[in-house]
Write a protein that binds this ligand. Sequence first.
Ligand SMILES: [Zn+2]
Length: 424
Amino acid sequence: MTTDTPSTLGPPPPDPEATLRRHSLPSPVTFSVLVPPPADGSTRGRAGRLETPHGPVETPVFMPVGTNATVKALDPDDLREVDATIILANTYHLYLRPGHDRIARLGGLHRFMAWDRPILTDSGGFQVVSLGDLRSVDDDGATFRSHLDGSTHRFTPELSVAVQEALGADIAVAFDQPVPPHASTRSQVAEATERTHRWAERSLAAHGRRDQALFGIIQGGLEPDLRAASTRTIAAMPFDGLCIGGLAGDETPEQRGAALDVVVPLLVQDARPRYLMGLGSPVDLLEAVHRGVDMFDSVLPARVARNGTLWTPDGKLNLRNARHLDDPRPIQEGCRCRACRSFSRAYLAHLFRADELLAYRLATCHNLTFTLDFMARIRRALATGTLPDLVRDQRSGRACSRPTERRESPASSDTQAGAKGGVS
Ligand SMILES: [Zn+2]
């Protein structure tokens, strides 16, 4: 592992030639809209297909998060069984441990974790910036202390891209500076958004791996004019896809919807996929699909599963509750997952009370199956033109996706390094 020392020379200017060359090259990832939004404006939801070097991904898609090159408690066979078609891995965590160079020497991230379907790596910006007192941000990059051992490191757009090229995921993401909407003043949001735009140019100029796509990140907080300006700025760059960052945090669903209502209409003529980073509650996913988002990721379904909370069409089950100890029924009648096929609520409740490791695997398989089956249901609704009905049913509480979870603070998430040490 190397520790970059802060540069005193400032950032290198982006190479306009590199950006021009990029415009003229075919993307390693292509996106086709198979079912466009209806002309009547009843929804902006659309069904599509992402073709990647490691296979196709039907959208809208939810990506389980494999922070440390593993979706916690699951192996690749489990992931295929829950029907994950693409997963996310965290650049920040893999840079610190075991190190991107080591993973590259061992054949790249796909070989390292024995996963042959698509992978997306984030840029590390979210984790680095979430370190709070442990980091400082300037125009060149971000200096931070490792949550593992306190050692000092520095991420720049160029290093983030180099780390992601070494990991070798199908899709890499430009380095950005997200800000928590409610904890930031307008001038802080404006400054971070401007910086994100400059870092986007530098990420593009640094990226050279031809079998890897690069997505840009739109910021702008909850300020409509800043969101719109960021959308136009990032969309004007030759990225292969567009991330919508700085949401799925401490904003309300209404504020998130309002931000999407600024971003998506500006992208109606844009052929690239739209990826809302960090969203994972089924209710939230449906609303965001309805507003025109194609891709999502979150640790939420897996994290709450490990806490003993299982999602079902009738709501949440807390398996740590003693009332399940004599219940012979499966978690969810008719569920195809390995927990529901073979085991009772009573058995799962026992495993959780005994702190048995199998509890984490079975519960995670169920919640990811629930989430991914819900996404499949959304795709079917898009294909049959019934998404507005599904949204209406959801809002009136009749659809098969009742569980809602409060999103927890960033520091408690295991996508975060977090000053509290994170979960690993
Ligand atoms: Zn199940």
